[in-house]
Design a binder for this molecule. Structure first.
Ligand code: ZN
Length: 367
């Protein structure tokens, strides 16, 4: 709900979303034959394989239908993706099942890009830069946060710590996303909380980004409300709430993928800062929201007022712990907040000094 809508806005929801509470394995077996390809391969998070979750998801598939490639750790870089693409080609795969949190899904989507576009990925960074659309990709999120399963964006970290590579374009989103909250049953509460705070930031930034329109509002308001409702019981182990959370996370991404993100995500993009993405967005969201609340419509202000009680309920403090973000980190985050073009989507774009002040209020620079 922007106060200054652009002349043209858009809404695209390209991914087929399959709602499959407790039935992801069965849904996978039904969906795979619907996509024309020679052979699937699986790109997945290492943690999921280690706790047996990967075997449970693949149990309904015929043997050797989809070989599992090298497992993926946190924040995969372009080099890792290059290896995975080579492995997929060796096995005759031309389509990808991406399973995991943000890292596993991004890696799978990047492999789909690499299968259709030989050579290094870096030259494809930017918007609509691929020569050919990515190979078919089916995504199963195992956290409710990134919404990457319905997103046309792939973000890759660089091994040398340089700026993240973003590859984005029409037709780059997965063909199918299977949403099953049961895959989060064994997820510890901290990663579940941080992922959900990221989804919350996606929904809220979609509410006030300059690219917001009535379509994105429909998804963003619903996602914000459902994330708030579902997060506390989901953290307490409620199965229905887990399903609500994973659906709301995809909705939040449909909202922000069309409206665009804003200052919270601009500030969370500093490559020098290695705090978890969901933690950074979770800390920053209430501070950024307070800075702009007075220029936002009453309905969005009401959403902002609901943040503090939610944070209290889930025991999350919107303040960096002492020593967590030193002076250099503070400068890096403020600089990213200004230099990343996402901050221009802010209804009142910030100055560098305003961001430094905001960061001090959020505990940055405390020893
Ligand atoms: Zn995010």
């Amino acid at each position: 709900m922007s106060t200054q809508p652009p002349a043209l806005s858009h809404f695209q929801a390209a991914t087929r979303v399959v709602i499959a509470p407790g039935r992801a394995a069965a849904a996978l077996a039904v969906e795979l034959p619907r996509v024309a390809c020679a052979r699937w391969c699986v790109v997945a998070d290492r943690g999921l394989a280690e706790n047996g979750g990967l075997d449970r998801l693949l149990r309904a598939l015929p043997r050797d239908a989809a070989p599992v490639l090298e497992l993926v750790g946190e924040d995969p870089d372009a080099e890792t993706i290059g290896r995975l693409v080579a492995q997929a080609r060796d096995r005759g795969s031309d389509a990808v099942i991406a399973i995991g949190g943000g890292s596993g899904l991004c890696a799978g989507k990047a492999v789909a890009i690499g299968l259709a576009n030989p050579g290094p990925l870096a030259p494809h960074a930017g918007h609509d830069r691929l020569e050919r659309p990515p190979a078919p990709c089916l995504a199963i999120p195992t956290t409710a946060g990134s919404g990457s399963e319905v997103s046309e964006v792939v973000i890759l970290h660089q091994a040398d710590g340089g700026p993240h590579l973003m590859i984005r374009g029409r037709g780059y989103a997965p063909r199918v996303a299977i949403l099953d909250g049961e895959v989060m049953r064994t997820l510890p509460t901290r990663p579940m909380l941080l992922a959900a705070l990221d989804a919350l930031a996606h929904a809220y930034e979609a509410l006030w980004s300059r690219g917001a329109d009535r379509f994105t509002d429909a998804f963003a308001f619903s996602a914000a409300r459902q994330l708030r409702e579902a997060l506390p019981p989901a953290l307490d182990g409620d199965a229905a709430a887990r399903q609500q959370l994973i659906e709301a996370s995809a909705m939040a991404n449909y909202a922000c993928g069309n409206s665009e993100l804003a200052t919270v995500h601009a500030m969370s993009s500093a490559p020098e800062v290695h705090l978890p993405h969901g933690y950074q967005t979770g800390v920053l969201l209430p501070h950024v929201a307070r800075r702009i609340a007075d220029v936002l419509p009453a309905a969005v202000q009401a959403e902002i007022e609901a943040l503090e009680p939610l944070y209290a309920k889930v025991g999350f403090v919107s303040r960096f712990a002492p020593g967590e973000l030193d002076e250099a980190g503070l400068e890096a985050v403020a600089r990213a907040g200004i230099e990343n073009p996402l901050s221009s989507n802010d209804p009142r774009p910030p100055t560098f000094e305003e961001l430094r002040t905001l960061l001090r209020e959020a505990g940055a620079g405390d020893r």
